[in-house]
Design a protein around this ligand. Sequence first.
Ligand code: ATP
Ligand code: MG
Length: 436
Amino acid sequence: MSWNETQRSAPAEFACSIVESLSRHGHQALLAGGCVRDKLLGKIPKDFDVATSATPDQVRQIFGHRHTIPVGAAFGVITVIGDQASGNVEVATFRCDGGYSDGRHPDQVTFSNAEHDAQRRDFTINGLFFDPLTDTVIDYVQGQVDLEKRLIRAIGVPHDRFNEDHLRMLRAVRFATVLGFEIESDTLSAIQDLAEQILTVSGERIAAEMQRLLASPRRGSGLNLLGQSGLLRHLMPKWDWQSPYLHGTESFARQSLDQAAISDSFLEVSLATMTLQQRLASHPTAESVPWITVLSSTSLVMDDVVRAWKLSNESKAVFRAIHLHLATVARARQLPWSQLQPTMIAPKIRAVLDVATCLQLGGWISREDIEVCREHLRRPIDELNPAPLLTGDELKKRGFTEGPHLGRCLTELRRKQLDRELTTIDEAWEWVRAQK
Ligand code: ATP
Ligand code: MG
């Protein structure tokens, strides 16, 4: 497997130059972890990590204090700062991690050699090293075999490794999903045994993993594996676990998430869709859906997720948009433009349409209603949201006084404008005069 193609990228070249400098100073240095895995899979690594026998102090001396940040000095991690094109590279001293009393962080680390450093890593495919100076893979953990077999396998005894760090259980499912791999059976059994421990991991870390898992186009299969691993039940305790939409490997809910093209807000769209489908299970046709009830109960579940995972205001806005606008999208063709238009200009409307598209696959929303909405979104913004024919200020200048009457006039004026009952400013004034 040649390294050449990625060597031409600026980040790869920068990482290799760091390895070279370290070796020139008499230290062993290797590319490590995810970048080696991705390279062997023929992917472009997202970032590069270097592992070395040099101590953090030596690393800082070689690259200079101004070009390094001691991000995790206690764990032996130094960031070496690159230019804009190269990005930064983390240089970590070979280490063993000793004792994990909090189920997440090693109590202390001991600087060590490459072999021990491979053994403290989570999965065999993440435990590989690559020496760019000799173009060789260094594999202490049989990671290359598992890459070939497309398996996520814990390094060492799976139970012990997951007990040390509970987040690894979720990482296993995330890697399997993103890479399209399977989880090796002993590794999966250990996760099934320890699944409940995932609740000891902070909400932010869980959310970060879930974001990455659900951003994968295989997100539906990922949820399936998350279910199979036993983790999902603890991550989503408020789901309706009796619902047929959560059972069986061919669960329709997850299939729809694999099929529908989702453009962004992956976590929010996926979780809202899954929750809605459980609520919709007892309403087989589009006509019989009691949207208000279904959306309110979904919203309660989403509020819970927002709280537990400390999701951002951005996420809250997506869930809110789904709550406020999905029912309108579902009735798009029946509604006058004045009622559909506020939904079409609402923030996060694209995420709402993505949820609608997933639900359309189950027959709860018709394709035509969604298409009408998507068509509207292709119109220029001044057509979608035209300036008002008359403003409140203009009305006040002509003798209207502030108050509910003015408010009602403006609302009605806007409705008539959107529904094209009034098309010119003159017509608008004529209508306004009649209201005085
Ligand atoms: P990606 O960056 O695509 O998520 P990655 O494998 O680079 O994948 P990182 O989280 O960046 O993942 O970690 C870099 C490496 O550090 C991993 O490849 C793995 O060897 C090791 N590692 C990361 N997290 C853990 C952990 N929780 N337990 C043990 N080793 C870990
Ligand atoms: Mg990485």
